[in-house]
Design a protein around this ligand. Structure first.
Ligand code: HEC
Ligand code: HEC
Length: 189
């Protein structure tokens, strides 16, 4: 039945070409993200405490956050305007680019970090044993403590929504947050 075989081959070709068209292109993402690099750093890592490091972050997580800013689910005026003109392929390419870059370490106050270490064990189940991230749950290792501190407070008050994190952050005191953030920031690559 050559006719049937042809149909199968044709269907396979369509499926394959759709796959190629959807594949994120990190080279295109590098060019498309030039405007982002001014704040986040060429490889996604920077020294500004309030601006998150993106190098080595999970691509799934980055895509979700860019869509959240664009759609207003996560509120931030700068990131809202930065994402306003990005289409789905831009978001996928840019996320693939930053995810493919080496991670950095921000460093954190050593005394606080020491206290935060034990408190952070409860986060490992979701963020991974070394805090390198797991699927849609972000990498936290090496992130700026000040940025982490702000996000944890935002989850706690509900200013940033994420059901799992809203529940977790409610159990943390200001002191817990400061110490855990310092510990996570102090972790290496
Ligand atoms: C003017 C500085 C600036 C520029 C330019 C900028 N960002 Fe941001 N970005 C920030 C700040 C500040 C935050 C933290 C906002 C918050 O608290 O939610 C952020 C947050 C993010 C996050 C969330 C990271 C995380 O760990 O959740 C992503 C992803 C991101 N930016 C990607 C981009 C991309 C992609 C571009 C370019 C299209 C871009 N940014 C341009 C300042 C900037
Ligand atoms: C039940 C799973 C779960 C647990 C436990 C958990 N997290 Fe999360 N965390 C998530 C998810 C999912 C996200 C992404 C939320 C979103 O989509 O904005 C997240 C996001 C975060 C972010 C935002 C990172 C960024 O780059 O903006 C921080 C900070 C964070 N978690 C810290 C912690 C800390 C500290 C603990 C332990 C005290 C913890 N998490 C425990 C699931 C979890």
């Amino acid at each position: 039945m050559p006719n049937k075989n042809n149909k199968i081959i044709f269907a396979l070709l369509i499926w394959l070409s759709a796959g190629v068209a959807n594949a994120a292109d990190s080279i295109a993402g590098q060019t498309r993200s030039e405007v982002c690099q001014g704040c986040h750093g060429v490889q996604g890592n920077n020294r500004n405490q309030g601006v998150p490091n993106l190098g080595g972050q999970s691509a799934i997580y980055l895509e979700a956050q860019l869509n959240n800013y664009k759609g207003g689910v996560r509120e931030n005026p700068v990131m809202k305007s930065m994402t306003a003109t990005l289409g789905d392929p831009d978001i996928q390419d840019i996320s693939a680019y930053f995810a493919s870059q080496p991670a950095s370490t921000a460093g954190g106050d050593a005394k606080l970090a020491e206290k935060g270490k034990a408190k952070a064990t409860m986060c490992m189940g979701c963020h991974g044993g070394n805090f390198l991230g797991l699927g849609g749950r972000p990498r936290l290792a090496g992130q700026h403590p000040e940025y982490l501190d702000k996000q944890l407070h935002d989850f706690k008050t509900g200013a940033r929504s994420g059901p799992a994190m809203n529940a977790v952050a409610k159990t943390l005191s200001d002191e817990d947050i400061r110490e855990i953030a310092a510990y996570l920031g102090s972790l290496g690559q």
